[in-house]
Design a protein around this ligand. Structure first.
Ligand code: F6P
Length: 346
């Protein structure tokens, strides 16, 4: 068989581990793997690289993607025909598309409308893809954010400061809530759960009264500021979008810091972790999940199980229809309850 593999959307730790697992499993079965550069742009423009045991050697521990990535959208760019022609011309029997929920959506459409022989593999630090309990990249991002919170805690304590830590996650609070619990933060602000600015300020004031002159507040980039009485402030400038039209999030940390400083009178500083959460070597958990996904995707290609995405559900490797994966998965109720219990106790 000839199998194409591409990475699309934002990068995350573990992409190279999937590419390596697909390639090595294919070599075992005497199949050929074609690396497609920069996501669907590479398929439209026939921009390929050869993948073999040599080219994927030592990849497990490297962040990013050796294939490069882009958010090129075949339908928006009117490139669907080109893509179907490329698949036929290169003789690809299957294309494994590794990406986030946007990529799963466009890949599902290519299968449903054009009959493309595609299989999805879910990646993202945000862990916000429906149909799978976890995506690889998430564990590494949570570890990076937790390490940052640990470091910020000691300097906040030395200077009697409040530190606001802004983390990524798009419109879901997975990274924020997991790292806030693991890092022992004092409060968390996420899109799924409204905490008012007044409540946050009161929490900080109470800690000071109790002799704790510092606080750590983790805020998800996609959250809005909510005030008593129900008014909301969405911080993101809507006009700021990437070259493919996806909104760029970020900035809530600085606004929240100003509001807290005005209400409490304490010094409030901001740390925006940004792309640091996306880079670097994947954790062992992410390497394993990525490897499992890659091997399973290759098996699905060989079994012609097209139009589906590899998934991890209830501690088992499985697959779901791509349509199921296109929706955003918010933080689940059990995790929200855990967060409520942890932060109420501080
Ligand atoms: O989806 C992953 C992610 O890192 C989000 O958490 C973040 O909002 C976005 O990508 C940033 O994208 P870019 O690298 O295009 O700025």
């Amino acid at each position: 068989m000839k199998i194409g593999v591409l990475t699309a959307g934002g990068d995350c730790p573990g992409l190279n581990a999937v590419i390596g697992a697909v390639t090595r499993s294919a070599m075992e079965a005497d199949d050929e793997v074609i690396g497609i550069r920069r996501g669907y742009a590479g398929l439209a423009n026939r921009d390929y690289m050869e993948l073999d045991r040599n080219s994927v050697s030592g990849l497990l521990r490297s962040g990013g993607t050796i294939l490069g990535t882009s958010s090129f959208e075949p339908h928006r760019e009117q490139a669907v025909e080109k893509i179907m022609d490329s698949i036929a011309e290169a003789g690809m029997d299957a294309v494994i598309a590794i990406g986030g929920e946007h990529t799963m959506g466009m890949t599902g459409r290519l299968h449903a409308e054009e009959g493309a022989p595609v299989i999805g593999v879910p990646k993202t630090i945000d862990n916000d893809i429906s149909g799978t309990d976890y995506t690889f990249g998430f564990d590494t991002a949570v570890q990076t954010a937790t390490d940052a919170i640990d470091r910020l805690q000691s300097t906040a304590q030395s200077h009697d400061r409040v530190m606001v830590v802004e983390v990524m996650g798009r419109n879901a609070g997975w990274i924020a809530v997991h790292s806030a619990i693991a890092g022992g933060a004092d409060a968390v602000v996420i899109p799924e759960f409204a905490t008012t600015v007044e409540e946050l300020a009161e929490g900080v004031a109470i800690r000071h009264q109790n002799g704790k002159n510092f606080s750590i507040i983790v805020v998800a980039e996609g959250a809005s500021l909510v005030f008593e009485g129900g008014s909301e402030q969405l911080v993101q400038p809507v006009e700021a979008a990437d070259p493919y039209g996806y909104p760029r999030l970020g900035g809530i940390g600085a606004v929240l810091a100003r509001e807290l400083e005005a209400r409490t009178g304490f010094e409030v500083r901001v740390a925006v972790l940004g792309h640091i959460q996306r880079g670097g070597t994947p954790t062992a958990t992410d390497r394993l999940l990525a490897t499992r996904f890659g091997v399973r995707a290759l098996d699905m290609a060989k079994a012609s199980e097209f139009g589906r995405m590899v998934a991890w559900r209830g501690n088992e490797l499985t697959s779901v229809p791509l349509e199921e994966a296109a929706a955003v998965k918010s933080v689940d109720e059990a995790t929200l309850e855990l967060a409520r219990r942890c932060f109420a106790a501080r």
